[in-house]
Design a protein around this ligand. Structure first.
Ligand code: GAR
Length: 199
């Protein structure tokens, strides 16, 4: 069986991308990151990809601040197909993915989100959790559909909320859990995958 080819999409720091890279380097995840793309040209995730020598590219979103135009999604799909990506991993990608990309990678786009979905979808889920005064929150890896942080759940990790938590302390604890969870979830998917992944 050949290595699973991962494509990563991110808009920010890329710490989850880094966690995938590190899991592969340690030998914990039999995969290769063959393409990293961002809608933000100056995003740290692209710098990390450059440092790792990983193929990377900027997505041209036609000047839209938050929309992800169909033409841009089709271009991402083509780039990912040309890179022979098996699985697209969203890692802090902040635009909604729709049919052009989802159709090109059916059941092959996954996301990580910093809450126990379906609780607290959307932005700054750790702030939502602290404001809601819940005793625990966590993180979720799920398949992507056309909704915001919806789609079948693959794996979750619970994280306690302490009475002394600030937004940043809780965010940090959730991110540490995310960095463990994402490689684990991909490993779990890898076990189930067949067809295109056979050599
Ligand atoms: C992560 O916490 C991820 O769960 C979140 O963005 C952060 C990206 O951090 N994603 C969402 O909120 C998706 N709705 P990173 O760039 O350091 O990986």
């Amino acid at each position: 069986m050949r290595k699973l080819h991962l494509g990563v999409l991110g808009s920010g720091s890329g710490s989850n991308y880094q966690a995938l890279h590190d899991a592969i380097t340690r030998g914990d995840l039999d995969a290769e990151i063959v393409m990293v793309m961002s809608d933000i040209p100056q995003a740290r995730i692209l710098e990390r990809a450059r440092e790792h020598g990983a193929p990377h590219a900027v997505i041209d979103c036609r000047g839209f601040a938050s929309k992800f135009p169909s033409e841009s999604q089709a271009e991402v799909a083509l780039t990912m197909q040309e890179a022979k990506v098996d699985l697209i991993c969203l890692a802090g990608f902040m635009r909604l993915i729709k049919s052009p990309l989802l159709d090109a990678f059916p059941q092959r786009v996954i996301n990580i989100h910093p809450s126990l979905l379906p609780a607290f979808p959307g932005l700054k889920a750790w702030e939502q959790a602290l404001d809601a005064k819940v005793a625990e929150t966590g993180c979720t890896v799920h398949y992507v559909d056309e909704g915001m942080d919806t789609g079948p759940i693959i794996l979750q990790h619970r994280v306690p909320v302490w009475p002394t938590d600030s937004y940043s302390s809780l965010h940090q604890r959730i991110q540490e859990a995310e960095h463990q969870l994402y490689p684990q979830a991909i490993l779990q998917l890898r076990m189930k995958m067949d067809g295109p992944y056979e050599a």
